[in-house]
Write a protein that binds this ligand. Structure first.
Ligand SMILES: Cc1cc2nc3c(=O)[nH]c(=O)nc-3n(C[C@H](O)[C@H](O)[C@H](O)COP(=O)(O)O)c2cc1C
Length: 506
């Protein structure tokens, strides 16, 4: 029978027929009501063949959707392998095992606090931790190794204190500024975070809508769950988006991505430079993103170790040989401003300036890469005086991200010379727990906090902020104690060993 997609209008495939192709020699899967022959694709699958084989002859949609943009099959699987529509009534529904975790989660969802009970960004995290699926929470919340950097990112802000001025007219406060030439209502952007659909079935477009409402920029991740075009299509009016780029070993693919982003109106290209290999995020690994992971080593034949969690499974294409020598090539293929995301020392900022890029993000990837990488805010405090000394401080735009949870954190970064800050997890948590209204409220809370704190520090607009408003002496000592941050501590999900995770299952 010829299943060419052209002649399947009338004849739909049946579940019974597909179920016959349930092995390595002939492997068909259903995604979104359509069947695909992925037999030859098995060895090429970046996530390894094993996970596909788990769904051989079956409907893979539920596992597939959060981690693959919808145009993936269109782009990567030859048309001859698109078998056509399936009569889903004929597909046997998998009897799902009763999952006690899921039943409890549903109970917690039913008892969720109303949105108006969230008064700060940590509150969203506290709710998300209780209502998100375990694997999604593990992917979003995890950091590398002992998660020292993850926690340091936020704690570092507690080592900086204000030196407010008084008796200044602060009746009206202007939070607006420009970032890469774009006028924004508050100096923050939604930074790139992969796999939005793990937290919300609509994925990253929810963040696009909130960013539009609040006139902030959204950075689109390479590894978004929605396709790049879906996220761009969601944009309205003069809304601005940037692209975060993981550089593919195949530079033709990289070039196509960049050109497409530019053609579709992206206004900045952020090349991630802190991830030649993805960090080991043990919470993510322990949550067993896919249950096939646990026996990969025993069965062999799968060159992607899925026991490493979601992160590793989706990132095998990233080029670890990327180096400074590649920068001129990037500058030659696009007119978009280029920024390096993940710079962590003053020497590299100076090198970035001489390489001719337009900016850097001082970032450690939200503590997900090198543990014991310093916080972005600490690196900023080191970088700016040196740039000023060399007369380079106006050469590029400097952004930071990592651990920003309060408007005072934003103000501290601006005082120290950042043009703006990126915020990652808090918006993911707000989206996962409450959808668009959650992200909307999170952004509004930051605006309200910022307006109040600008008033209290004695500045009516962000251009007035400068190093004279902060005391950074505490940053020089990593061991300096600060009063404990009870909100932060309350929501921090401590790492657990195998015994503890076993206990929680009992
Ligand atoms: C779930 C998650 C996924 C992320 N995915 C990416 C990514 O695909 N590319 C990237 O450059 N950075 C990624 N990051 C890092 C963020 O862009 C950013 O550096 C970090 O989240 C900032 O810290 P914060 O979460 O404390 O705000 C991710 C972070 C998280 C939490």
């Amino acid at each position: 029978m010829n299943h060419d997609s052209n002649d399947t209008q009338a004849v739909k495939l049946t579940g019974e027929e597909i179920a016959k192709h349930n092995n390595r020699e002939s492997c068909w899967v259903i995604v979104d009501g359509r069947a695909y022959d992925v037999t030859e694709f098995l060895p090429e699958h970046p996530g390894g063949p094993k996970i596909i084989l788990k769904y051989a002859g079956k409907d893979a949609t539920e596992e597939y959707a959060p981690i693959h943009p919808p145009d993936t099959l269109e782009k990567y699987l030859d048309k001859s392998k698109h078998l056509g529509e399936v009569d889903m009534k004929t597909v046997e529904k998998e009897e799902k095992e009763e999952d006690p975790d899921e039943a409890e989660r549903q109970e917690r969802i039913a008892r969720m606090p109303i949105l108006e009970q969230c008064y700060n960004l940590m509150d969203f995290e506290a709710v998300a931790k209780r209502v998100m699926k375990k694997t999604a929470w593990a992917y979003y919340s995890s950091g590398a190794d002992d998660e020292i950097t993850l926690r340091e990112n936020h704690s570092a802000f507690h080592k900086i204190w204000f030196r407010p001025r008084v008796l200044v007219n602060v009746e009206s406060i202007d939070l607006s500024t420009t970032m890469l030439g774009t006028k924004v209502s508050i100096p923050l952007y939604v930074t790139a975070t992969a796999l939005g659909k793990l937290g919300n079935p609509e994925g990253e477009v929810v963040l696009t809508r909130a960013a539009r409402k609040h006139s902030v920029v959204q950075m689109i991740p390479t590894l978004a769950s929605c396709s790049f075009d879906e996220i761009v299509d969601e944009r309205q009016g003069d809304q601005v988006q940037w692209l975060q780029l993981y550089v593919n070993k195949n530079r033709d693919i990289t070039k196509r991505i960049i050109e497409h982003a530019e053609a579709r109106g992206c206004k900045g290209l952020f090349i991630t430079v802190d991830a030649p290999q993805l960090g080991r995020r043990e919470k993510d690994m322990r949550s067993k993103f896919s249950d096939v992971g646990s026996n990969v080593q025993n069965t062999g034949g799968d060159n992607v170790d899925r026991s490493q969690g979601a992160a590793r499974a989706i990132s095998s294409f990233i080029d670890p040989s990327l180096s400074w020598e590649d920068i001129p090539w990037f500058l030659s293929v696009t007119k978009m401003p280029i920024l390096l995301k993940g710079v962590q020392r003053v020497e590299d900022v100076i090198r970035a300036i001489s390489a001719g890029v337009h900016g850097v993000v001082l970032s450690n990837h939200g503590g997900r890469q090198l543990d014991f990488a310093r916080s972005g805010i600490e690196v900023l405090a080191e970088v700016m005086p040196e740039l000023r000394r060399l007369g380079l401080d106006n050469k590029i735009e400097i952004y930071i991200d990592g651990g920003i949870r309060r408007a005072t954190d934003i103000i501290k970064a601006l005082c120290l010379g950042a043009k703006g800050v990126g915020i990652g997890r808090p918006f993911l948590y707000a989206m996962s727990a409450y959808g668009l209204p959650g992200v909307d409220r999170a952004m509004q809370l930051l605006k309200d906090e910022m307006e109040m704190n600008m008033r209290l520090i004695g500045c009516s607009s962000v251009d007035q902020l400068g190093p004279e408003f902060v005391d950074t002496r505490g940053l020089s000592m990593h061991t300096t104690g600060v009063p404990s941050d009870t909100l932060g501590l309350d929501v921090y999900d401590p790492l657990v060993g195998p015994a503890a995770s076993l206990r929680s299952k009992l």
